[in-house]
Structures are given as structure tokens and as C-alpha cells.
Design a protein around this ligand. Structure first.
Ligand code: SAH
Length: 607
């Protein structure tokens, strides 16, 4: 039994334009064979365990040949019996995507396949520029044409004409071009210009930018009105979308003047004028920016949604994973360490720190939470141990800040104590005050004569294994249950590393994310195994002796490497980022809203 190959259209760029069916398959894929026009956000939907194969690779302008791609698909189908092989292509797989050729090869090899159509750029990109491809009274048909079919009938693979990154496009045409053709682009085109020129419908050219001057001239020679309105739409549906208007007679000079680069679509006809009125895509404040969000996967979605809504492209790159610490009723579990352990190893135990023991919950009057993870892990474990929230009846609840407070409310718990400054120290001082005042509310009448120590010992801190000792130092008699542990993410898939390199800034919400990001990136640079080679070490400066060992020749300039700017939540995070050479912008409050506001302000100032 062989695996099944799914020819999936990824849509034109905006990850929201991937179909539900496509996403469903990517989430369970064993292998994903993808082209370079597929946006990193869509690659982010793929099963994290999937083998990711980039067939649009172009380190030296060489890509995997179509025959090799066909062969690979068959090979993976054999290597993964019963498996899911996703062949992910830009737009629709059957619209100038060579999906048909791949399907024929699969039939020949007896491999089962399915096609998951995608939204083609030919229609969606004009739509994002407010241009309907057909319109009553203006165009009753539309025609999608390749701007790069050779006279001998060979269509160049579209990927030859694109670079890997939407943010740094250059038109790459030399491959497969004859010398004569390079001198006069387009002369080998086999298009029937006579027929096209007579066609009253909308003409949509894909892969046509390099040949557009020639195409426009030929169309005019064959009688098409030189005043025909025309639009070039570059990187449509992505945060980098740009529309440039022209007419048939000004096509070539406009491309040169405005430096229109691939991937771009050319649309010709009366409908183009509607774009003046219907261009609906707002000029969003973060359009054209790419951010790396280093939060743990389940926490990232909030900030990702906010930044995306403001026009940015977001690469979610969690640096840590959290895992519940299973309640062990009697055993004492690892205490904290400032270094993230490589695995969930056992660290020497410390007085006052243990895993959860729900039987002992009755001994506590105040429960203090210092993170949303802590809240979630605590309740998950509480429920799975067979308890419900009634065990908290009568207890006072403290939270370090607003986000944790809000999380508690999701469980129907309102906080009694939240410090104004939203820090561990603030919470510690607040709880100290409670103890100092011997706040009788938390104590029943018969316990009113108890000492402060005893009152304090009824405080329970619910934290992760990496929480620092601030709270325990301020409240030495309190008990700390480690309800979750944080593990570092040790490596990044290659596509993510590439996406990180091209980003404008990194968003950090914790010192551990900073530390881990730096060590992951550095591990690639010192191994020389990534496009980051050397560059990171250079701008990090004195970070390590390893940087001295790097071959200086191979170092790129700081400006050309991965982001140097870090947006931080919290002063501790900020100083960790600075230590590693980042320029930092830090939110005024420790909330995502505050950070997003700061990011927008930063770019407003810059422009
Ligand atoms: N199968 C794809 C087309 C592949 S041909 C589809 O259905 O969309 C590649 C060409 O598509 C590019 O040269 C460009 O002309 C066009 N294209 C793809 N994505 C685009 C985008 N986001 N913006 C503008 N043009 C795009």
C-alpha cells in the first residue's frame, strides 16, 4: 500500500485564503513538498512532525527540476505506506502550476492522489486590489494567460521567476533563456497576439512582468487600443501588496520606473478602472512588516491576530513548550533553576517547593497565580484529579497581573488581590501586607491568634519550574507548587529559519524566550548550517568566543541578517534582549495591548 498524494492549492499568499480542506490535510501530513510562493504562515499550519521538503530552493538559482519533483512524490508515496503526502503549490495547482503533470506521473506510478483546488492568484489578486475580473457592461469574459510560454511550447516553471521571499523580490529570469531572448525579452513567446488583441474580455497575465514590454507592444501592433487601462499587482493578498496603474502604451516604462517585481499579475481591460473606486484594502499601519513571535504556541494566537489585523505578517516561532507537572502526592519535584534544562530533568529539591497535592489544598487560605500557564495547568490537573472549583470555596485568590486575572475569570474565579505594578515583587509585597495586617478576613475566628508565620504558611504559590524566587523570598513560609514546566525548543525547521532572517523584528515576552532564541539561532550560525551563517554572531558582538572562531570572510553585515529589533514585554525581557545585542522597544504595561500600541507607535515615528 502506498501513501496518497494531495495536490493542494495554497492560495495567493494570505493564509486566510487557504481552503479548510487544504489546512486539514496539512495538519496531518507526513510529508509536505512545497514551492517557494507558499507563505511561511501557511507552512506554519503543517503538522510539526512532517518532513518538510522545499522544492523551490534557490541558493544558487537552482531549483529542483520538475521531473525530480515528480519522482520525489512517487518516492514519498512508497516510503510512507498509508501516509499523507501534501504537494503544496501557490494559488491553484492546475493554473499554471504544473499540477497536471504531477498528477499524470502519479497515475503512471499507480499512486492514489486527490486535488485540493486553491484560490488562484489570477482572480484573487485583482480582487484584493478592488478589480473585479468581470463586470456587467464592461467585461463578459476573462482570460488567464501565461506571460512566459516559449515558442517550442515549453512553459517555464513559474518558480523560476520568483525569489523565495515576498519581502525581497527580484525578477529572476536567466534560467532557461536563450541569449537572443535575454536581449529582447519575450521574442520567443508563442502567444497568439492577433487573437488576444481582438479579445474584448479582461486579459490577465501571470508570470508576465519580464516580458510585458514585448507583450504590450505586440498587442498594440495587432490593434489593441494603446489607452487600454492596465494594472500590475505585486505580491497580492500579502502584507506587501502593491498596485501600479498604467495603460498598454506605458506598460514597459511603468514597470521599469516603478520597479515592479515578481510575483506580480498584469490585468488589462476596462475593469481596471473600477479599482480606483473599489480598492478596499486599507493602508494598515503595519503593512509590509514581518514579525517573529516567540511566545509559546498556545499563547501566540492573541498577539498574532492583533498584528495580522494591523497588516503585518507574523511568523510564530515558539521558543518554549510548556507541559503539566503531574501531581505527585508525596514526592518532591524539581526546584527552579535560572537555566532552562535541556530535558525535563530532575533538579535538586528545595524546601517549600513541590508538585501539586490536592489533598493538601485545605491547608491554604490564599492561592497566588503568576501566569496563565499556571492557571491552566492547575485547573487541568484539578479537574483530572476528580475535583471541581468548589474546593476553592472561601479561599482568596491572588494574581500577578491583568492577563492572569482574566484567565482566572474564564474559570469563574474573581481575584481578590492584584498588585498595581503587575510584577512578582509587587505581588509579594501585596501579600506581605495582607499577612502583616493579619487580615482577619482570610482567617476564621478561632485562628485569629495565629502568628504571622502561620498566616503566611497558608499561602500557596502556583508556578512553573522556571519561576524565580522573588515570591518565595518575600514570603518564606509560603508553599510553592510547580504545576507546569517549561522546556526549550531546540531547533527550528529550515523554512522558519529563512522566514526569521527576513523579519523586521522579534517579539519577546519572557527572558527565557530571549535566551532560547539566541541560543537556537547561534547554534545554527556556529554550525554554519543555515543562511544565518556568521551574521548573528557579528552583531551580537561580544556574546561568545565562538564568534571569534567564525570565518570573518563569511560574515554578512548586521543590516543584512536576522532582525536586530526586539519588541519586549517587561523590563527583565528588555534587559535580556539588550544583553544579546538587540535594539529594544518595550511596552509601558505588561499587556499585549500595550505592546501592540508601542509597535504601531514605533513605526509611525519611523515613517
Ligand atoms: N498556480 C498559481 C500560479 C502559478 S504561476 C495560481 O493559481 O495563482 C506564478 C505566477 O502567479 C506569478 O509569476 C505571478 O504572476 C502570479 N502570482 C502568484 N501569486 C501571486 C501574488 N501573490 N501576487 C501577484 N501575482 C502572483
Amino acid at each position: 500500500m502506498k501513501g496518497t498524494v494531495y495536490l493542494i492549492g495554497a492560495g495567493p499568499g494570505d493564509p486566510g485564503l487557504l481552503t479548510l480542506r487544504g489546512k486539514e490535510i496539512l495538519e496531518k501530513a507526513d510529508v509536505v513538498v512545497y514551492d517557494r510562493l507558499v507563505s511561511p504562515a501557511i507552512l506554519g499550519f503543517c503538522n510539526p512532525k512532517a518532513k518538510m521538503v522545499d522544492v523551490g530552493k534557490m541558493p544558487t538559482h537552482h531549483k529542483v527540476k520538475q521531473s525530480e519533483i515528480n519522482r520525489l512524490l512517487v518516492q514519498f508515496a512508497c516510503e510512507f505506506p498509508g501516509g499523507v503526502i501534501a504537494r503544496l503549490k501557490g494559488g491553484d495547482p492546475f493554473v499554471f502550476g504544473r499540477g497536471g503533470e504531477e498528477a499524470l506521473e502519479l497515475v503512471a506510478a499507480g499512486v492514489e492522489f486527490e486535488v485540493v483546488p486553491g484560490i488562484t492568484s489570477a482572480i484573487a489578486v485583482p480582487a484584493y486590489a478592488g478589480i473585479p475580473v468581470s463586470h456587467r457592461g464592461i467585461a463578459t469574459s476573462f482570460h488567464i494567460i501565461t506571460g512566459h510560454e516559449k515558442a517550442d511550447g515549453r512553459t517555464c516553471h513559474p518558480e523560476l521567476y520568483e525569489t523565495k521571499n515576498f519581502s525581497s523580490q527580484v525578477e529572476l529570469c536567466p534560467l532557461g533563456r536563450s541569449e537572443a531572448e535575454s536581449k529582447d525579452p519575450g521574442q520567443n513567446l508563442s502567444l497568439d497576439f492577433e487573437t488576444l488583441a481582438k479579445c474584448p474580455g479582461t486579459l490577465i497575465f501571470l508570470m508576465g512582468i519580464a516580458n510585458m514590454d514585448f507583450i504590450a507592444r505586440r498587442l498594440m501592433e495587432c490593434g489593441k487600443d494603446p489607452k487600454t487601462p492596465l494594472a500590475f499587482i505585486e505580491k497580492g493578498t500579502t502584507p506587501y501588496q502593491r498596485t501600479v496603474m498604467a495603460t498598454l502604451e506605458t506598460a514597459g516604462e511603468t514597470i521599469a520606473r516603478e520597479n515592479v517585481t515578481a510575483p506580480a499579475i498584469t490585468i488589462m481591460g476596462g475593469v481596471v478602472e473600477l479599482g480606483q473606486t473599489l480598492a478596499w484594502k486599507k493602508n494598515l499601519p503595519l503593512a509590509g512588516k514581518r514579525f517573529v513571535v516567540t511566545r509559546a504556541a498556545k499563547q501566540a494566537s492573541g498577539i498574532t491576530a492583533r498584528l495580522t489585523a494591523l497588516g503585518a505578517e507574523v511568523i510564530e516561532t515558539p521558543m518554549i513548550e510548556t507541559r503539566d507537572v503531574i501531581p505527585a502526592t508525596s514526592s518532591v519535584i524539581p526546584a527552579t533553576s535560572s537555566v532552562i534544562p535541556a530535558t525535563s530533568s530532575v533538579i535538586p529539591a528545595k524546601a517549600g517547593i513541590s508538585s501539586a497535592d490536592f489533598n493538601a489544598l485545605a491547608n491554604f487560605d490564599i492561592l497566588a497565580f503568576t501566569s496563565t500557564n499556571g492557571v491552566e495547568s492547575f485547573f487541568r490537573q484539578l479537574f483530572s484529579a476528580g475535583y471541581d472549583v468548589r474546593v476553592l470555596a472561601g479561599k482568596k485568590i491572588a494574581s500577578v497581573g491583568k492577563i492572569t486575572e482574566k484567565k482566572l475569570l474564564e474559570y469563574g474565579i474573581r481575584c481578590d488581590y492584584v498588585p498595581e505594578d503587575h510584577t512578582g515583587e509587587g505581588l509579594g509585597r501585596l501579600l506581605r501586607d495582607v499577612v502583616d495586617k493579619e487580615e482577619r478576613v482570610i482567617l476564621s475566628g478561632e485562628r485569629s491568634s495565629e502568628s504571622k508565620d502561620l498566616i503566611e504558611s497558608r499561602i500557596l504559590l502556583l508556578q512553573g519550574n522556571l519561576a524565580d524566587d522573588t515570591l518565595l523570598k518575600l514570603l518564606p513560609q509560603a508553599t510553592r507548587w510547580v504545576v507546569y514546566e517549561t522546556l526549550p525548543v531546540a531547533e527550528l525547521p529550515e523554512w522558519k529559519r529563512e522566514a526569521v532572517v527576513g523579519a523586521d523584528a522579534v517579539v519577546f515576552a519572557s527572558t527565557s524566550a530571549v535566551e532560547n532564541f539566541c541560543s537556537v539561532i547561534l547554534s545554527y550560525t556556529t554550525l554554519g548550517a543555515s543562511p544565518l551563517s556568521g551574521s548573528y554572531a557579528l552583531w551580537v558582538g561580544e556574546r561568545s568566543s565562538e564568534s571569534k572562531d567564525l570565518n570573518r570572510e563569511s560574515l554578512t553585515t548586521p543590516a543584512s541578517c536576522s532582525p536586530r529589533l526586539a519588541f519586549c514585554i517587561g523590563r527583565m525581557t528588555e534587559s535580556a534582549a539588550r544583553k544579546h545585542g538587540f535594539e529594544t522597544v518595550t511596552s509601558d504595561e505588561t499587556t499585549m495591548d500595550s505592546l501592540v500600541k508601542k509597535i504601531v507607535e514605533h513605526y509611525k515615528k519611523e515613517s
